[in-house]
Design a protein around this ligand. Structure first.
Ligand code: F6R
Ligand code: MG
Ligand code: MG
Length: 373
């Protein structure tokens, strides 16, 4: 039996510097300290702390399986401590995503975003973790379709007999709280019919069809559905497994050669162009964006992230590569075009999505002044 290892990425907006822009160092330091202690005690085997915009990201590799209460508690305690520090420093939006006061075994439903994947380690297991700020869960639907169902993106679907059986997509209906599994290529049109509605249907998991090998796990949190109102966006995270009978890392990154529009951006109320960036540029500025996306690569190795001799995890910062410069330029071109439209649809989200923002309060004030025509 192959070794079982779990990858957990749990993220939270605990407060940020100068608006909803970036997680400052003192908060990252708290993440680093807490996870280093957890590594000492053996709760986790490896970790990497980083941020994308105003979200503090805890990447942990361990042996405890998915939805483990101790791992979730560790993330919860870390976020609490970081939020307290943010409060002390009067950082902006301190504790923003910590929607509930008490922890009760799982961090799911409390505000932070979670993606977890337990794998049976293959001879070599390359992993890509995606994390985005100023957007929402369904924003990975399009690239996931390209990677796992589109032969024009993923050469392996055509060339590699190991992928010939296709992939199974689990899709969550965030409105109804239900899920369905669709198999591609057979149900490719039905899949697009669902996941083209990015604000409702969200790809949550993908398996290789012929042997049910897990290859994608994404977060599906809808904060507005937990809080009942707009409380920041559900900036998504996702774990993707690569190579050797799965899409190659290069096929996983290929959809990001172009920007595309996602829901979020300023006040979680606008369509904005996704901008793939390296960690150093994972900060949201222009109109609180444009929505930034980071992709980090690593190897899972005997329950750990493969590390150097000092124990520092070896992390590849994919979008730091100049190859993604054209996509960034494209994103900025789209940003300029969209912002010229100001608050007019379709630059602004549909009226259904605006329900969860503060806009209805503005409309409400005018209600009495309407007269019949
Ligand atoms: C988007 C986001 C920001 C804020 C905006 C207004 O996810 O967090 O765009 O919505 O900066 O923030 P407040 O209302 O806190 O001034
Ligand atoms: Mg924030
Ligand atoms: Mg955020």
């Amino acid at each position: 039996m192959a070794r079982k290892t779990t990858i957990s990425i749990i993220k939270c907006d605990v407060g940020s510097l100068a608006g909803h822009h970036v997680v400052p160092k003192p908060l990252l330091d708290i993440g680093e300290k807490r996870l280093s202690e957890a590594k000492e005690t053996g709760l986790i085997n490896s970790y990497y702390v980083f941020n994308v915009g105003d979200d503090l990201q805890l990447l942990m590799v361990h042996d405890r399986g998915e939805s483990n209460p101790e791992i979730h508690q560790l993330a919860w305690n870390t976020f609490q401590e970081a939020a307290n520090k943010a409060l002390q420093l009067k950082l902006y939006g301190a504790g923003q995503d910590l929607l509930k006061n008490a922890f009760s075994g799982t961090i799911r439903g409390l505000g932070p975003g979670v993606a977890e994947m337990e794998i049976e380690e293959r001879k070599s297991d390359p992993i890509v973790v995606f994390a985005a700020d100023k957007t929402s869960a369904g924003s990975f639907n399009l690239p996931l379709f390209r990677i796992f169902a589109d032969p024009m993106n993923t050469a392996g679907l055509v060339i590699d007999p190991n992928m010939a059986g296709g992939f199974k997509f689990e899709v969550v209906d965030a409105q109804e709280g239900k899920k369905v599994v669709l198999k591609c290529p057979e149900e490719i049109y039905e899949l697009v019919a669902l996941i083209g509605t990015v604000e409702r249907y969200i790809v949550s998991r993908i398996w290789r069809a012929r042997d049910n090998l897990i290859c994608v796990s994404g977060s599906v949190t809808k904060l507005s559905l937990i809080a009942g109102k707009y409380v920041g966006k559900d900036d998504p995270v996702m774990i993707v497994r690569a190579q050797h009978g799965l899409p190659a890392v290069g096929e996983i990154l290929a959809p990001f050669m172009h920007s595309y529009l996602v829901a979020g951006w300023m006040r979680g109320s606008h369509w904005g162009p996704i901008m793939p960036v390296g960690l150093k540029d994972a900060r949201c500025t222009l109109f609180d964006g444009p929505p930034r996306l980071v992709a980090l690569g690593f190897q899972v190795s005997d329950g750990k992230i493969a590390s150097d001799d000092e124990g520092n995890p070896l992390i590849a910062d994919f979008f730091a590569d100049p190859a993604f410069e054209p996509a960034r330029r494209e994103a900025l071109k789209l940003a300029i075009m969209l912002r010229r439209m100001g608050e007019f649809e379709p630059a602004r989200l549909s009226v259904e999505s605006m329900e969860y923002t503060t806009l209805p309060q503005v409309i409400e004030k005018l209600k009495e002044r309407f007269t019949p025509i």
